[in-house]
Design a protein. Structure first.
Length: 403
């Protein structure tokens, strides 16, 4: 991956500062904030290098100095890493195993970027139509007029399973599956939020159903489709779709007060969440969305186009991607995630080919302020924006729902 800076040299594997390898850290040795790896850009002047390092360190000092950060981060330009860091422990209570580059975090709703692009890959391959009615895939689907595109851009009006299952007294001792989500729409018949296609409303049910469509059309499981289509070809070796048998190896999550989340009744639904990955693997995913590696330009254009303009404003949603459309014509393509104690941010700046990734497994809402870093690369007007936006509605957020 060529870079206008030509080549980035990471001076060492130092992720915690002072020349120490994170694998050698023990006990309670944790820095005040994740330091930026000192980088040397061969054909960039010292002032440019210093500007990146200063801005990123300042961001972490300002946002995590007093509240801490347990997770990983990566900032890249043209696919080359400018800054990368890992802070904290797999278990913030016992503090007996520090985080490293192969520790995969629950992406929460950043998983939707994969589900959305999986549907678009099947569309590219001529195996489905975006305007297909769901009745083509689910017999006598109880909400007529709902299309695949409406699921992708959250215009279906379908009720959110993370809310209504509790209302209908789902037995919390029984794990919910994607098929259960589908069956509940037939059996419980929860009311639409609004007439189908009328407006935007973020809804996890949409992506649980999209995962089932991936399986129905491809003839293989969602897990296998993701592995065969994306993870293996892109050498995303630390990325996987969570299943119950992965519980022992998966990174747990924690509330801000170190309360550990166990496996709960909605934790097995996938498509809207449940992909685990690392910052380096996510950079591979980011780079695969350039230069026709995986998708036609027309497919990417469809994914990164806004579909909801009922209300004036900068925020919009494409096909699996959130968008910030700035007044000066610039566009931020991104997605946030929130599930239990996991907070995640995945930001792409296609115009500058810049990438910003923060993954945390101990609840810290300040992670969502990562948009401030966009102004390192262009006039995105985010520096004075405290940006604490999360995805979803207040009821979902209160319940710790997938974002």
């Amino acid at each position: 991956m060529k870079n206008r800076f030509v080549q980035l040299l990471i001076v060492s594997a130092v992720l915690y500062g002072c020349g120490q390898n994170p694998a050698t850290l023990t006990g309670n040795i944790v820095p005040a904030h994740p330091p930026v790896i000192t980088a040397s850009l061969n054909f960039a002047d010292k002032e440019t290098v210093t500007r990146y390092e200063s801005a990123i360190n300042s961001f972490f000092d300002r946002n995590f100095g007093s509240r801490g950060f347990n997770g990983s981060f990566l900032v890249a330009k043209d696919g080359e890493i400018l800054a990368e860091g890992y802070r904290g422990f797999r278990d913030p209570v016992q503090k007996n195993s520090v985080l490293g580059e192969h520790d995969a975090f629950h992406l929460a709703s950043v998983s939707k970027t994969f589900t959305g692009m999986a549907i678009l890959k099947l569309w590219e391959d001529g195996k489905l139509g975006l305007d297909d009615d769901l009745s083509l895939y689910f017999d006598k689907f109880p909400y007529p007029g709902t299309t695949i595109k409406m699921l992708l851009n959250h215009r279906s009006g379908l009720p959110n399973y993370t809310n209504y299952l509790d209302v209908y007294k789902w037995d919390r001792k029984k794990f919910v599956t994607n098929l259960d989500v589908l069956a509940s729409l037939y059996k419980m018949r929860p009311s639409l939020q609004f007439p189908t296609g009328k407006r935007f409303s973020y809804c996890n049910t949409n992506y649980a159903l999209l995962a089932l469509i991936v399986e129905k059309v491809s003839g293989i499981s969602y897990h296998d489709y993701m592995q065969q289509t994306f993870f293996t070809p892109l050498q995303m070796n630390d990325t996987y779709v969570f299943q119950q048998e992965d519980l022992d190896r998966s990174l747990p999550s924690y509330e801000w007060n170190n309360r550990k989340y166990g496996l709960e009744f909605m934790d097995l639904v996938y498509g809207d969440k449940n992909i685990y990955s690392t910052v380096r693997d996510m950079l591979k995913w980011d780079q695969a969305l350039y230069n026709g590696q995986l998708f036609k330009d027309s497919t990417l254009a469809a994914a990164f186009t806004g579909y909801s303009y009922e209300k004036a404003g900068k925020r919009n949603y494409g096909l699996g991607w959130r968008l910030s459309e700035i007044e000066n014509g610039k566009k931020i393509v991104y997605h946030n995630g929130w599930w239990h104690g996991n907070n995640t941010v995945f930001i792409r700046l296609p115009e500058e080919k810049a990438t910003i990734i923060l993954l945390g497994n101990k609840y810290n809402r300040n992670i969502y302020r990562a948009k401030q870093l966009c102004d390192l690369f262009g006039d995105y007007k985010q520096s004075n924006n405290l940006f604490q936006e999360t995805d979803g509605d207040p009821v979902t957020i209160a319940a710790g729902g997938s974002q």
